[in-house]
Design a protein around this ligand. Structure first.
Ligand SMILES: Nc1ncnc2c1ncn2[C@@H]1O[C@H](COP(=O)(O)OP(=O)(O)OP(=O)(O)O)[C@@H](O)[C@H]1O
Length: 288
C-alpha cells in the first residue's frame, strides 16, 4: 500500500468568490514508503498548495489525501496526529525559531507530541546530529547562529518528531553553493539512515537530479509528469516549454545523443564522465 495517495486532489482558493483560483486540480499520485520524490514546477504552478494538503495544513476543496490508506480528514479532530507523521519544513523556516536555546527549539515538536523527557532529549540530540549541528551550539540562542545554522535548527526541529514522511519546501534556498551541497548531503544521508519518505520541492534541477528517485512535475495546478528522475529529465524540451530547465549536464548529453553520439540521459557530472571518458579515449584524442 502506498504511504501517501491522492485521489482527484483539488484546491481552490476563495471558492465561491469572484476571486476564486484553482491552484491544484485533480491530482492523482501514489508515493511508496521510502521514496525520495522531487517536486518541480514553475512559480505559481501549485507546488506549495499541493504539499500543504498532504499534512492537513490545507483541507482539500475536492478529492482526498490518503495516508497509509486512510483519508486524513476522516476524523478532523485527529489532524494533529497527521502533522506529526507528515513533517513539513517551510521555505525560510529559520524565521519560525522562537525559543531561548537551540536545544529548546529542536525539542519543541517532540514536546508537543507528549513524549517523555528522556525520549525528547534523545531525539533532539539525534536530530541535531543528522543536520550536522555541533553539541556546543545547543545551549546557544538560535539568534546567535549563522543563517545556515538557523536553517539546520529549524529542520532538526521537524526531524526530531521522527515523521514517516518529511516534506521540505526549498530547503537550500538562499544558501551559498557550499552550504547547499552540505545541507543536501545531510538530507540524503538522513534518508539513507532513516529509510523514511521524503518530498523535496526545489527550483534547483541539480538538487533534484542528485537526490530524487521519482519526480513530480506540476504545471498550472496539474500533475503533468510523475516518473523516474531520468525519464522526466529526458523530456528536456517539454520541460523547457513549462519554464523549467534540466541540469546543464543533462542538456549537453541530450544534444550529443541527438547528434548521434552513443550516450544516454544523465543527471550528474559524474554519470556524464563515466560515459564520456571511454568515448574520448576510444577516439584516441587523449593527450598524454
Ligand atoms: N492564499 C492564497 N490566496 C489566493 N491565491 C493563492 C494563495 N496562495 C497561492 N495562491 C495562488 O495559487 C497558485 C499556486 O500557488 P503556489 O504557492 O501553490 O505555487 P508554487 O508552485 O508553490 O509557487 P512558488 O514556486 O512561487 O513557491 C498561484 O496562482 C497563486 O497565486
Amino acid at each position: 500500500m502506498p504511504i501517501i495517495e491522492t485521489k482527484d486532489l483539488t484546491y481552490t482558493y476563495g471558492e465561491g468568490t469572484p476571486f476564486q483560483k484553482t491552484a491544484v486540480e485533480n491530482v492523482n499520485i501514489a508515493i511508496e514508503q521510502g521514496e525520495f520524490i522531487g517536486v518541480i514546477g514553475h512559480t505559481g504552478s501549485g507546488k506549495s498548495t499541493f504539499i500543504q494538503q498532504l499534512n492537513g495544513l490545507l483541507r482539500p476543496t475536492g478529492g482526498t489525501v490518503l495516508l497509509n490508506g486512510k483519508d486524513i480528514w476522516a476524523e478532523p479532530k485527529k489532524i494533529r496526529d497527521v502533522r506529526f507523521q507528515v513533517g513539513m519544513v517551510f521555505q525560510y523556516p529559520e524565521h519560525q525559531l522562537f525559543e531561548e536555546t537551540v536545544l529548546k527549539d529542536i525539542s519543541f515538536g517532540p514536546g508537543n507530541m507528549g513524549l517523555g523527557k528522556d525520549e525528547i532529549l534523545k531525539r533532539t540530540h539525534a536530530a541535531a546530529d543528522f543536520v550536522g549541528l555541533k553539541e556546543e551550539l545547543l545551549e546557544k540562542s538560535p539568534f546567535e547562529l549563522s543563517g545556515g545554522e538557523k536553517r539546520r535548527v529549524a529542520i532538526a526541529g521537524v526531524i526530531a518528531m521522527d515523521p514517516d514522511v518529511l516534506i521540505l519546501d526549498e530547503p537550500t534556498a538562499g544558501l551559498d553553493p557550499r552550504g547547499r551541497d552540505v545541507l543536501l548531503s545531510q538530507i540524503v544521508s538522513y534518508h539513507e539512515t532513516r529509510h523514511n519518505t521524503i518530498l523535496l520541492v526545489s527550483h534547483s534541477m541539480e538538487d533534484i537530479a542528485r537526490t530524487a528517485n521519482r519526480v513530480l512535475v506540476m504545471n498550472s495546478g496539474h500533475a503533468v509528469m510523475f516518473d523516474k528522475t531520468e525519464n522526466v529529465f529526458a523530456h528536456d524540451q517539454e520541460l523547457e516549454k513549462m519554464g523549467l530547465r534540466v541540469p546543464q549536464i543533462t542538456k549537453i548529453m541530450a544534444v550529443l545523443k541527438a547528434k548521434g553520439y552513443p550516450v544516454e540521459t544523465v543527471l550528474t557530472v559524474e554519470q556524464a564522465l563515466k560515459q564520456l571518458i571511454p568515448l574520448l579515449e576510444k577516439g584516441g584524442r587523449k593527450h598524454d
